[in-house]
Design a protein around this ligand. Sequence first.
Ligand code: PMT
Length: 225
Amino acid sequence: FTTKALTGKRVVITAGPTQENIDPVRYITNHSSGKMGFALAEAAVEEGAEVILISGPVSLATPDRVERINVVSAQDMLVACESVMPSDIFIAVAAVADFRPQVVAKQKLKKQPDNEQGLLLELVRNPDILATIAAREDRPFCVGFAAETENLLEYAEKKLKAKNLNLIVANDVSNPAIGFNSDDNMITLVDRELNTTRLALTSKAKIARRLMELITSYYLKETHH
Ligand code: PMT
């Protein structure tokens, strides 16, 4: 009998896209499938953790022994995350929409004589879920993902500092074989001292297992277990 490293610890993971309504039938979203976040949830269960997975709209089955909370918008996702705090580890894998329509039309938007030339959609900033959780007094150990199409490590390091994270996972999404909606991934984990660990191209399930081991060892080091 061996006690797993995260036994008794709560891990909260966000996954999938968010949907930001324009009107009753239309919304803004992105290509996140939830695969990476769901694979990490499974890997966290394997480490013995109590796992809460807060997911945007995706078509994946909930992994065994994972508590799942479904949300639609970024605002919903923030409320759900705050409702399950405090936690020991927070991992933000979700591709949260940075902007949402300023007003959600009550009725379906119609083609009309006054919009023959086009329609201007005004967007406002969404809350940053990860930065909000990382700024709490009872802040968990915080891990972000950085989906970038250029200057991967530079932008990832900037996000690590700006959002006050413990770790960030740099994910090059310019390559369609990895990143959004692919079955495989290839990542670089960056810590606060800017040490990097590269995980070579393999399935998201395997990346998730290795990444969860790395996150666990950083977490245990930082909390002096
Ligand atoms: O779901 P898959 O199809 O498997 O694809 C996986 C993935 C490519 C979506 C995933 O690996 C990934 O990179 N997720 C982060 C996507 C993203 O939106 O990154 P970002 O660089 O825009 O955001 C940086 C970090 O802040 C992320 O941890 C994000 O969850 C978080 N964030 C961003 C904006 C916001 N309003 N709130 C947030 O919490």
